[in-house]
Design a binder for this molecule. Structure first.
Ligand code: 5GP
Length: 292
């Protein structure tokens, strides 16, 4: 083989090896199912998936190690040198059946949005869930507002500049974003949500109503929960009681809250925040109902 051809062939071999590694990594991370990879290999035996060895394929599945691998190959009567695209019909059927059987009966991934009028206590309920239900992934939003005393970067919010927020939007890193109370911008970083859902975890977003509507449009399978105050008077009391906003800001938030309360009917579920622990439990129970 002439030198140039040899160089090209080896580059091609490297490219293929990398592509195979990417496919295996996607099985390992759960981004792709083993079944999908096998079916692709069947459709295109000469493609990348088809060129993966059965041994490598099985080892990329979490929970299959070398010992199990040998037992599986023996049981399926498949030689370890075989590639997915080169399996005989019966071997393929046996392997497929094996994969289908052992597909994790995973909880369906669940995205839950908790919204509601201002000062209804969404933040408190979300914080309670963060502290008591560690299996729920609570989204940390980015915001252009300044930290309040006691708020921690990366826990309560990612505090970013206006330019930083623009960058997040430009790079399509936000699942949704909105200007809240005509003042600051808030948005949900997309990547951590995608990761949580890919891992089979539930993710909870505590965001405003405009954001909830955007999530519904982008991910119709999301469950929308509306947190209600026990009464309007109680809502006003909570808003004034917080004392972190000045008079003008309070008025503005009350006006927003009135409009927001009217949106309750658009939501899948309504939970009354009469008691934080109880309301938090109800939200988590809703996640479980849908997670099974
Ligand atoms: P605060 O400034 O009091 O922490 O939050 C103000 C409002 O912003 C709350 O109603 C909260 O739900 C909403 N919010 C927080 N994070 C997000 C977000 O990522 N997206 C949207 N749309 N609203 C958010």
């Amino acid at each position: 083989m002439p030198e140039v051809d040899r160089a090209a062939a080896s580059r091609e071999a490297v490219r293929k090896r990398r592509a195979r590694a990417t496919v295996k990594a996607s099985i390992a991370s759960g981004a792709r199912t083993a079944l999908d990879v096998l079916d692709t290999a069947t459709r295109e035996p000469a493609g990348i998936e088809g060129s993966i060895r059965v041994t490598e394929y099985l080892l990329s599945i979490p929970s299959i190690g070398v010992t199990k691998l040998n037992r599986i190959l023996e049981a399926l009567e498949i030689s370890p040198v075989k590639r997915l695209g080169g399996l005989g019909r019966l071997q393929r059927d046996r392997l497929r059946e094996f994969i289908v059987e052992r597909q994790p009966k995973r909880r369906r991934s669940r995205l839950v949005v908790l919204a509601g009028p201002t000062a209804v206590g969404k933040g408190t309920v979300a914080a309670y869930i963060r502290d008591h239900f560690p299996e729920v992934h609570l989204s940390v939003s980015a915001t252009t507002r300044h930290p309040r005393p006691g708020e921690v970067e990366g826990v309560n919010y990612y505090f970013v500049s206006d330019e930083g927020f623009d960058r997040l939007i430009d790079q399509n890193e936000l699942l949704e974003h909105a200007t809240v109370h005509n003042a600051f911008r808030y948005g949900t970083p997309r990547a951590p949500i995608d990761r949580a859902l890919a891992a089979g975890d539930s993710a909870l977003l505590e965001i405003d109503i405009q954001g909830a509507r955007q999530v519904r449009a982008a991910m119709p399978e999301a469950t929308l929960v509306f947190l209600l105050p026990p009464s309007w008077d109680e809502l006003v009391r909570r808003l004034v009681g917080r004392g972190t906003e000045d008079e003008e800001e309070r008025e503005r938030r009350l006006r927003t809250a009135k409009v927001e309360l009217a949106a309750a009917d658009e939501f899948d579920y309504r939970v009354v925040n009469d008691d934080v622990a109880r309301a938090a439990q109800e939200v988590v129970d809703l996640m479980k109902i849908h997670g099974e």
